[in-house]
Design a protein around this ligand. Structure first.
Ligand code: ZN
Length: 417
């Protein structure tokens, strides 16, 4: 499907440092060590509700990852999926008496608008599940034919086809991405799209690959699998393998995707390819809360990007609000944080509008060093704050400094002033 317009990225002299990020699988900060082309896959939205600040934090974080990789001299190949068919979308459409396709289309459009406003660089490929049905069914068929997946008849009162599950007992790498104990996995599985109670499964945690058609649900025909639709995790396995190949450099998403989504995507890929290394690094954005709870659609405590924009908040203030938090630390949104971001935006604009500023080479180096060090955006912002304050409080004669800082802030932080 179409992505959104790419903002212009100005050139900045020199190169940034090699990027290091916290890798969930090894639980340590690791160099990304990509080749000339860094390949990035980030799990996208399920389009049943608008972009809230938790989503925006994720996509801005991986936007900075892409910008820092580019600044360090890599090309970036970036793929993001859109889960445009899944249970939550169908449930919301039914609740609101809407066609699920219309709901998805409207929410994807809103997401594109929000990303454009926030100056997020678009993925090279924004890939929907519906348009990837051939790749997904091919992956499920291959698992069935290899004997690593098994079929279960759909309960008679629900339909006449078959569901297909992966047999985790045949995937020895299961658990390597999250590092979680089985108890911990079991505790969250049902709340994260899993169906541990399904009668007949060999292991309660076995992930659903193909859901046989049910009365009133959309389905796609397949000669081997019968009519149905894909499970959640196999979409990202199939889309990653098709568009990026394996291994790719970074798999990203919100921290709530570590298990089961990223774990299952990886074991499914291992079962398909015989190679355990699906992504070389797994990088996760912390959770954003509001009024003491994780921001989530199910709780309804959402701060929507579109709502803030409609209230007259500048998109770049929202971006600075997000960058003022470290991507690995949970935080709670408060209006005070937004006011602080607006004040910072005013200060930067004032400093960048003067004719002469403090020479900017050291500031450029400080920002690059901070971002390459596990994306320390707070330290990067503080370096720009320091330059702005010194520029505004002393006499300088460097006429090129304000322009250089403006281009750097735009190129690596995505803040357009
Ligand atoms: Zn995914």
């Amino acid at each position: 499907m179409k992505s959104w317009p790419a903002p212009f990225v100005p050139a900045v002299p020199g190169h940034g440092e090699p990027l290091r990020l916290f890798d969930t699988r090894t639980r340590s900060v690791r160099p990304i060590d990509a080749g000339p082309v860094a390949r990035l896959y980030v799990c996208g939205i399920t389009p049943y509700d608008a972009t809230h600040l938790g989503h925006a934090a994720t996509y801005v974080t991986f936007d900075i990852v892409g910008r820092v990789l580019r600044d360090a001299g890599h090309q970036v190949e970036y793929v993001q999926n859109v889960t445009d068919i899944d249970d939550p979308l169908l449930e919301r459409a039914a609740r609101d008496s809407r066609d699920w396709r219309d709901l998805a289309t409207s929410q994807i459009d809103l997401f594109r608008d929000d990303m454009t406003a926030l100056a997020v660089l678009p993925p090279d490929e924004l890939v929907g599940v519906v348009e990837s049905m051939a790749e997904i069914t091919e992956a499920v068929r291959a698992l069935v034919e290899a004997g690593t997946a098994y079929r279960l008849p759909v309960p008679r009162e629900e339909g006449a086809g078959e569901d297909v599950y992966l047999d985790l007992a045949q995937t020895p790498s299961f658990g390597e991405v999250s590092g979680w104990s089985r108890d911990r996995m079991t505790a969250v599985f049902a709340d994260n799209g899993g169906d541990p109670e399904r009668v007949g499964k060999r292991d309660p945690l076995d992930p659903l690959l193909w859901r046989g058609t049910r009365e009133g649900e959309p389905s796609w025909d397949d000669d081997l699998l019968g009519a149905g639709r894909p499970g959640w995790h196999i979409e990202c396995t199939a889309i990653s393998l098709h568009h990026l190949g394996q291994p790719f450099d970074i798999k990203g998403g919100g921290r709530d995707l570590v298990f089961p989504h990223h774990e299952m995507s990886a074991v499914q890929a291992a079962a398909l390819t015989g190679d355990d290394v699906f992504a070389r690094r797994y990088v996760h954005q912390a959770m954003v809360g509001y009024e003491g709870e994780k921001m989530s659609k199910s709780k309804g405590n959402l701060v929507l990007v579109s709502r803030l924009l409609a209230d007259g908040v500048e998109p770049m203030a929202i971006r600075l609000l997000l960058l003022a938090q470290h991507y690995r630390q949970d935080w709670d949104y408060t209006p005070d944080l937004l006011e602080a971001a607006e004040a910072r935006l005013r200060c930067w604009r004032e400093a960048l509008s003067v004719n002469h500023g403090e020479p900017a080479v050291a500031t450029l180096a400080a920002v690059r060093a901070a971002l390459s060090d596990d994306l320390d955006t707070r330290r990067a912002l503080a370096a720009v704050d320091g330059w702005a304050e010194r520029t505004l409080t002393a006499q300088w004669d460097d006429a090129s400094a304000p322009g250089l800082v403006a281009r750097m802030v735009d190129a690596v932080l995505g803040v357009r002033l």
